[in-house]
Design a protein around this ligand. Structure first.
Ligand code: ADP
Ligand code: MG
Length: 419
C-alpha cells in the first residue's frame, strides 16, 4: 500500500483511504462512504443478512469480480543495480564465517553465582556474503541468529571458528584496524523505538556515527539532509524527535544512521518484524533501492520466509545454533533439501486463497531441544519426520554422526547438512 495513513487532523471530505487506494475514483474524493452492506443481494453476490459491511462505493463490484491482489496493487519492480554486477565468483567476499561457536555460561544462585553448565547459542555457523548481495538468515526464535550477529560485530577473536570481514581476520585486528573496520559494518535493530535516543533530534542521531569517525563539521552538515532524503524522509524534519515519527519512519531513521558512514555491509536484525505489513513493504522496497544505488551487501535476519524470498539473493537456515542449509534463494525455496527447511517452507502463507486452502503444512512435533546440551549426531532428529520414518538400523547414523554439509550437485550454490 503506497503512502501512509493520514494524520487524524488532516482528513478531507472523501473516503479516508482514497489517497492510498489504487481504485479510487472522483466520487471517492467527494464524500465518505457509509459502512454498508452495499447491494440488496439480488445479484447473488451478496448476502444482506451476513453482517459483512464495507465502507467502499466499489465493494459490490470487487466482490463480484474478485481481482487477484496483484491486479489491484501492482508489485513494484525490483530496482536494477546502478552498475551491473559481475558474476558471484568474481565479486569480493564481504563476510566469510566458518564454524563459528559461542556459548554463554549457565549460572545459578542470586548473589554468588556459580557456573552449572553452558548454553551453546551458536554451534557451527557458516556464512558467505559477496559484494552487492543479500544473505537472508532464517530460523526459529532462539536458534542463535542474534548471537551470531553480535559475534560478528564484536570485531574480535570468536570463541570458536573464524570470521573474515572485508578480507580481514577479526582475530588478528589491532585497535586501529578494528576502528577502521567498525565504520564499514553497521547494524539496524528490530525495534527502532528502543534503538533511537528519545532525547536527540533525528538530525543528531543520523550525524552521530559520522562524529564518532571524526568527520569534518562541514561534511556532517552536508550529509544530514542527504541521508534523510535518501531514506525517503523530509530533510526539513531534522530537528524533530523520534516520537514524532511513525514506526516505519523511525526504522528509516535507523537506516539513515547506519548508512551515514557509507558501510560496505549492513547487518539487519529483524528490521521489519515490529512493523505493520503495509509499512514493512515500504521499508523493504527502500532497502532494495538502497542496495541497487549503493552496491551494499546485506546480512538480513528474519523469521519471515516471505520477506527473505522477496529480498534475499541467498539464504542460510539455522537450527539450534547451526546453519543446516544454505544456497541461492530460488534453489532453497524450490528444492529444499533439509527436512527442517521443508517444514519451514510448508508454513509460509500463499497469497492465493485457493492454493492456501489446498496446501498441506508439515507440522514439527514439539519445541527445539535445549541449547544447554550438546547433541550427538543430527540435532534435528528429535523433530524430524524423515528420521521418525526410518528403521532402527538406518536411524543409527542420525544418532551417531553429525551430518556434514553436502552440495546438491557440483557447481550448484546449495548445501544442506542432512544424511
Ligand atoms: P535468535 O536471535 O535466533 O532468536 P538468540 O541468538 O537471541 O536467538 O539466542 C540463542 C540462544 O542463546 C537462546 O537459547 C538464548 O536464550 C541464549 N542467549 C542469548 N543471549 C544470551 C545471554 N546473554 N546469556 C545467556 N544466554 C543467552
Ligand atoms: Mg534475535
Amino acid at each position: 500500500i503506497p503512502g501512509r495513513p493520514p494524520a487524524p487532523g488532516e482528513l478531507g471530505r472523501g473516503c479516508p483511504f482514497a489517497p492510498r487506494c489504487p481504485l479510487a475514483e472522483d466520487r471517492c474524493r467527494t464524500a465518505e462512504p457509509a459502512l454498508d452492506t452495499g447491494s440488496d443481494g439480488s445479484d447473488g453476490t451478496h448476502d444482506r443478512t451476513s453482517g459483512h459491511l464495507a465502507a467502499c462505493v466499489r465493494a459490490d463490484e470487487l466482490a463480484a469480480r474478485r481481482p487477484a491482489p496483484a491486479e489491484v496493487y501492482p508489485v513494484p519492480a525490483v530496482p536494477a543495480p546502478a552498475r551491473a554486477l559481475p558474476p558471484r565468483a568474481e565479486r569480493d567476499t564481504v563476510l566469510a564465517v566458518r564454524g563459528l561457536t559461542k556459548s554463554f555460561p549457565r549460572l545459578k544462585g542470586a548473589v554468588l553465582k556459580r557456573r552449572i553448565g553452558d548454553i551453546h547459542a551458536v554451534d557451527g555457523v557458516d556464512l558467505d556474503i559477496r559484494r552487492g548481495e543479500t544473505l537472508g538468515l532464517v530460523g526459529e526464535s532462539g536458534s542463535g541468529k542474534s548471537t551470531t550477529l553480535y559475534e560478528l560485530l564484536r570485531l574480535a577473536a570468536p570463541q570458536g571458528g573464524r570470521i573474515e570481514l572485508l578480507g580481514q581476520d577479526t582475530a588478528a585486528l589491532d585497535r586501529a584496524a578494528a576502528r577502521r573496520l567498525r565504520a564499514r559494518v553497521q547494524i539496524v535493530f528490530q525495534d527502532p523505538a528502543a534503538s533511537l535516543d528519545p532525547r536527540m533530534p533525528i538530525g543528531d542521531i543520523v550525524a552521530e556515527p559520522l562524529q564518532a569517525q571524526r568527520a569534518p563539521r562541514e561534511e556532517v552538515r552536508r550529509r544530514i539532509p542527504e541521508l534523510l532524503r535518501q531514506v525517503g524522509l523530509d530533510p526539513e524534519h531534522a530537528d524533530r524527535y523520534p516520537h514524532q515519527f511513525s514506526g516505519g519512519q523511525r526504522q528509516r531513521i535507523s537506516i539513515a544512521r547506519a548508512l551515514a558512514v557509507r558501510p560496505d555491509l549492513l547487518v539487519l536484525d529483524e528490521p521489519v518484524s515490529a512493523l505493520d505489513v503495509s509499512v514493512q513493504a515500504g521499508v523493504l522496497n527502500l532497502l532494495q533501492q538502497l542496495k541497487a544505488e549503493l552496491g551494499l551487501a546485506y546480512l538480513f535476519v528474519s523469521h519471515d520466509l516471505s520477506v527473505v524470498r522477496y529480498l534475499a539473493d541467498r539464504v542460510a537456515v539455522m537450527y539450534l545454533g547451526r546453519t543446516v542449509e544454505t544456497g541461492a534463494v530460488t534453489e532453497v525455496f524450490e528444492r529444499p533439501r533439509h527436512p527442517y527447511t521443508r517444514a519451514l517452507l510448508s508454513a509460509v502463507p500463499l497469497p492465493d486463497p485457493a492454493a492456501e486452502r489446498r496446501r498441506s503444512k508439515l507440522l514439527l512435533a514439539g519445541d527445539p531441544p535445549s541449547p544447554t546440551v550438546r547433541h550427538e549426531g543430527c540435532r534435528f532428529r528429535s523433530r524430524c519426520p524423515v528420521y521418525a520414518a526410518l528403521d532402527a538400523e538406518r536411524r543409527g547414523r542420525c544418532e551417531r554422526d553429525t551430518p556434514p554439509d553436502t552440495a546438491a550437485a557440483p557447481g550448484v550454490d546449495h548445501v544442506a547438512a542432512c544424511h
